[in-house]
Design a protein around this ligand. Structure first.
Ligand code: HEM
Length: 159
């Protein structure tokens, strides 16, 4: 059995799992999970953009970026912790089609890059090795990557 057909079998089994069938067939649960996904994205993106703009040098009167991060990073992580499980549930309802969609694959890749970028930025800030230019580049890239993930997420439903 090839790796492709093994993966296909796993995805098919996920789609056929009883809670996932119930979710797919429910008039209320699916849109509510979708709402949780969007609430998570809203919290994540709102907090991340605010922090990235501060890292880019805007609104210095708001105080040092570390102080802003103290509030905004937990909000962003909370958003991610809502968006990811809700996204996985949405994915499970039509796993083979999503897995085969180039737009969905691109979205997941971009989310991985955005999370990796945030982790690297945080690690270099903690070690005190972040240069001003490097930080500004990472903050700009962060806004673009998360925007890309949101736009691709929207497009998946249409193409
Ligand atoms: C955390 C960053 C994420 C962002 C910014 C994001 C963004 C989006 C957006 C904007 C939508 C469209 C919502 C709507 O129009 O109703 C969406 C839908 C969706 N997301 Fe995400 N998403 C994220 C994470 C994930 C993850 C980790 C998964 C699963 C592995 C996932 C799976 C889905 C699925 C299956 C849909 C429904 C697509 C459709 O309309 O058929 N998302 N996402």
């Amino acid at each position: 059995m090839s790796a492709g057909s093994t993966l296909d079998g796993v995805l098919e089994a996920i789609e056929a799992a009883r809670p996932i069938v119930a979710l797919r067939d429910s008039y209320l649960a699916y849109p509510l999970i979708n709402a949780v996904h969007i609430i998570g994205i809203g919290l994540l993106f709102g907090a991340i953009v605010a922090l990235d703009l501060r890292l880019l040098g805007l609104r210095r009167a708001a105080g040092p970026a570390e102080g802003c991060a103290g509030l905004l990073v937990p909000v962003a992580i909370g958003g991610l912790l809502l968006a990811i499980p809700a996204g996985l549930l949405l994915f499970a309802t039509d796993a083979r089609a999503y897995a085969a969609s180039p737009l969905f694959q691109a979205k997941i890749l971009i989310i991985g890059l955005a999370i990796g970028n945030a982790l690297l930025l945080r690690a270099s800030a903690r070690r005190g090795t972040a240069s001003r230019h490097g930080t500004a580049f990472a903050a700009g890239a962060s806004i673009l990557l998360w925007l890309g993930a949101i736009i691709l997420g929207r497009l998946v439903g249409y193409f």
